[in-house]
Design a protein around this ligand. Sequence first.
Ligand code: CMP
Length: 140
Amino acid sequence: MAIERTLSIIKPDATRRNLTGKINAKFEEAGLRIIAQKRIRLSLEQAGKFYEVHAARPFYGELCEFMASEPVVVQVLEGEGAVLKNREVMGATNPANAAEGTIRKEYALSMGENSVHGSDAPETAAVEIAFFFSGLELVG
Ligand code: CMP
């Protein structure tokens, strides 16, 4: 399988509970390399732009407010089949459906406060990585 890059976000519910290191350990144990990472505070406008694809969904407003409520850690993960591998490590969007050992099973609080975001396809990953990082910041 090809080496890929994917965008990951450690969400406010997780940064608030000091879980950044524990979540990063899950990525590294799965063979994903954290090749870029920064802790930032999103504005409501930036959160809205990032999640623009969900603008028509009923949860959009709540999602954007949550993502702008406290700091997040945005990161680029690299590895074989990184997009799919990261989604496996994260677990299902709804923690009630997440498999044992996944980040969301262990740490997510609810469907909205679900601790992590990960790109859903290589094409989306390229767009999402460029949203937060310049090429100079990506050192594989
Ligand atoms: P994420 O992977 O960041 O992508 C969109 C987010 O919307 C999702 O994780 C959830 O945290 C959030 N969300 C809130 N409510 C819902 C819902 N009913 N269905 C899907 N996603 C939801």
